[in-house]
Design a protein. Structure first.
Length: 324
């Protein structure tokens, strides 16, 4: 068997930063340490931190007063920040700066009186957080069909923003429909679908052509991992999303000579390497990296954590605008 290892794959700068936030906070604060929502959408990462004593919660009510709470990489709405502040919690905001950028765009457009079309998946943590920045101004758009049903007219000021982890192709189809219907739409100054999502998708698109089967390592609730699977399938290649090697069904490999292996932005590399070892043990052959795009992005730890680490008082922040 020939295994092509897609580059880039796996952890992005935002996930690295968020995970480092929890690791550092565990050292500084110890237990109990609360994290609002999964820090990143990966079962292994969450399980590992749970074993280390981190308590993941889905509501701020679950965080006792005056405890430390970390907000996940997907960002939160001002309502959540205000609720944590009201409980006297110490807040560490591990929101990816690229999600924060979208929050800031939403706030700015809302202040300027725009109707904001948020291209994304309703219910996803990131989308919920972004909507919370300007709930009266944002309408979620999930498909070109949704655009046809929008109630806004030619006299409305319209702007669009997007979730960071969308399929580039899907986003472009929806943006095209928006521009057709609202030629005067305000276009964001820069792309919202993030560099990590874009690069991992490009790698699958380019390298998938050489493979008979694509394996994506990632969790089922990871938006960018799901998109990688869909992109491979859309070009006619069989693709499976697996959390780890235990989810592989070896009947998938009947007659398969070449496998493309990639990982979503929240999937740890050791899970990829375990799959490589397993496949080579069973089928023999070789594994090699295939570079499509180089990445050099790095995000600093959030100020709230650095201040906590350096022993100075934290100024808690609430209201509009997430910071990372
Ligand atoms: S996938 Fe993109 S937006 Fe999400 S954490 Fe990574 S870099 Fe940030």
């Amino acid at each position: 068997m020939r295994i092509i290892l897609a580059q880039p794959r796996g952890f992005c700068a935002g996930v690295n930063m968020a995970i480092q936030c929890v690791e550092e906070a565990l050292k500084i604060v110890g237990q109990p340490l609360y994290v609002y929502h999964e820090i990143v959408h990966n079962r292994h990462v969450v399980d590992q931190f749970t074993k280390q004593g981190v308590i993941f919660v889905n509501t701020i009510d679950e965080v006792p007063a005056k405890q430390t709470v970390i907000f996940s990489a997907h960002g939160v709405s001002p309502t959540i920040r205000n609720a944590a502040k009201a409980r006297g919690c110490t807040m560490i905001d591990a929101t990816c700066p690229l999600v924060t950028k979208v929050h800031m765009e939403a706030i700015r457009y809302a202040r300027q009186g725009y109707k904001i079309l948020l291209i994304g998946h309703a219910g996803h943590d990131e989308v919920v957080g972004t909507v919370g920045e300007a709930p009266g101004a944002i309408t979620i758009v999930e498909s070109p069909e949704d655009v046809a049903n929008l109630p806004f007219g030619d006299s409305d000021k319209i702007a669009y923003i997007t979730q960071t982890t969308l399929s580039m192709d899907d986003a472009e189809r929806i943006i095209h429909a928006i521009r057709q219907r609202y030629p005067h739409v305000k276009v964001p100054p820069s792309e919202d679908v993030c560099y990590a999502t874009t690069n991992r998708q490009q790698a699958v698109r380019e390298l998938g052509e050489d493979a008979e089967l694509v394996l994506v390592v990632g969790s089922k609730n990871s938006s960018n991992s799901l998109r990688l699977t869909e992109i491979a399938e859309s070009s006619g290649t069989r693709a499976y999303l697996v959390d780890d090697r235990s989810e592989i069904d070896h009947r998938w490999f009947d007659g398969v000579q070449t496998v493309l292996l990639t990982a979503g932005a929240s999937a740890p590399e050791h899970l990829v390497q375990e799959i490589v070892d397993d496949l080579l043990d069973r089928y023999g052959g070789s594994a090699g990296e295939a570079h499509v795009v180089d990445e050099h992005m790095h995000f600093e730890l959030p100020l709230s954590l650095r201040v906590l680490r350096d022993g100075q008082p934290i100024r808690t922040r609430a209201g509009a605008g997430a910071g990372a």
